[in-house]
Design a protein around this ligand. Structure first.
Ligand code: ZN
Length: 188
């Protein structure tokens, strides 16, 4: 009888804890807006600094709500910066961090400009790791890249007001609506 009662309390506490976790995950921050899902950095990710010769790169815009009209409406905010911006000198070499994967190359002068997206398999699922606004790209579309490989050079192509690297980690699809806070992938 005592054993059963103790078991019941444990189950009740477990449900209460789950309820708190679920509630905290969906709690609104500003009115109807909500934060993107909390990201636990996968255990097999190898954080690094993608910018060669630029230790402690300045973060010029963090991941989060934004006032910039060109940034997308996601997570319930009118504008949201879906990556982290790191500003090192124009032409700074950009290397793969986080993990190996197949790279997609996109060229252009709108949105993310010239950018590379590396598809990285992790213990949390597949991440699409984007390196955007590059001046030039060093790899080919579909190439397999490894951690530390040169991907391209920092620039200011696309929606950008000055040289910087936009680093973004999307979980499950290469979409800003799937962006997760990438700070755990970086050592700055
Ligand atoms: Zn950015």
């Amino acid at each position: 009888m005592l054993k059963l009662a103790a078991g019941g309390v444990v189950v009740l506490l477990a449900f209460a804890a789950l309820f708190v976790v679920v509630l905290s995950g969906v709690a609104p921050v500003h009115g109807a807006a909500s934060r993107p899902p909390v990201d636990l950095v996968p255990v097999n990710v190898h954080p690094g600094n993608p910018l060669e010769g630029c230790p402690h790169p300045p973060v010029t815009q963090p991941f989060g709500p934004s006032d910039l009209a060109g940034e997308p409406a996601v997570f319930g905010f009118p504008h949201f910066h879906t990556g982290i911006d790191l500003a090192c000198p124009y032409g700074t070499p950009v290397h793969d961090v986080g993990g190996p994967g197949i790279a997609r190359v996109q060229l252009g002068n709108t949105g993310f400009g010239n950018n590379v997206v590396v598809r990285v398999a992790t213990t949390n699922g597949t991440y699409f790791v984007r390196y955007a606004h590059l001046a030039a790209i060093a790899i080919g579309d579909g190439d397999q890249v490894a951690v530390g490989d040169l991907l391209g050079w920092e620039g200011s192509t696309g929606y950008s007001t000055g040289p910087h690297l936009h680093f973004e980690t999307d979980l499950g699809s290469a979409s800003v609506a799937a962006a997760h806070d990438p700070s755990g992938w970086l050592t700055l």
